[in-house]
Design a protein around this ligand. Sequence first.
Ligand code: UTP
Length: 318
Amino acid sequence: MSEHSANPSTATAASGRPRAVKAVIPAAGLATRFLPATKAVPKELLPVVDRPVLQYIVEEAAQAGIDDVLLITGRGKTSMVDHFDRRPDLEERLEKKPELLAAVRRSEELAAIYTVRQPEQLGLGHAVGYAESHVGDAPFAVLLGDEFVKQSEPLLPAMLELQARTGGVVLAFFEVDPAETKRYGIASVEPAEAELTDIGEIVKVTGMVEKPKPEDAPSNLAVLGRYVLPSRIFDAIRRTEPGSGGEIQLTDAMELLRKEGVPVHAIVYRGTRYDTGMPLGYLQTVVQIAAEREDLGSEFRKWLAEFVNSDAAGGSGT
Ligand code: UTP
């Protein structure tokens, strides 16, 4: 149970409203941008140095006080759950290797992991809909399974606080190069109410456009894969028709709530975000995290600098 929690499904913020204490990780998608690697291995299990992407995400939730995590899985994805299972046979073998043993145990102790299956991949909104019976009547966080933020620059705690104050939908944005807007969901915003600005750089969301051309983009604020949602979202998902790509989109369900008067705010995140959903972002993530590791960072950085300047990397050579 979360340390913030007085009962299993909610904790109360200063506003008197319940604070989200459960997280949902939708991870049932087909991961087409990472084929053929993801034919048999879920993208959430691709390793970043020595831990799968999914562990960084569960760590991000745990660091924010969330220790109840629902994984939405699909066909061929059950191995994700195994990563968080106990392995007494392995632990026994590692008795004389305390550091490895601690690393194995850590993945088992981060959070209570639950799963539900999305039988057909009909979109992110459709996937989140499967969390209803686990989440119940309380607000909850959604963390996409291929994106995470730097541990020392957390985002989720401020999002949880903001949601507990507004009771509405809370998103996170990051700034993109205006020429790149067609790769992202882009928001139109206005200044937030003054009483919310102590939490961080907060904006009020007035609309969202999927992948607009630069000339049509209302801003350069792109949607990051973190949401804190009120339980009313489930009803909105049920009322959402298939949208872009024939999928039931979470964005459309949130837009339905916004039009019905539910407040929608976002935090503008200025920390480091890692996007592992496609090969280039994944490679950048591995290099950044490896370079910062205490145990192997200095050796890796030295090798990387030499490699970048070598003929093998097409560099200038030294
Ligand atoms: P993406 O748009 O990244 O889709 O989904 P994807 O299938 O993971 O990857 P690409 O675009 O084909 O390469 C955003 C998140 O929503 C989940 C995905 O697992 C991902 O975490 N999702 C998407 C589902 O759980 N179910 C769906 O039906 C669709």
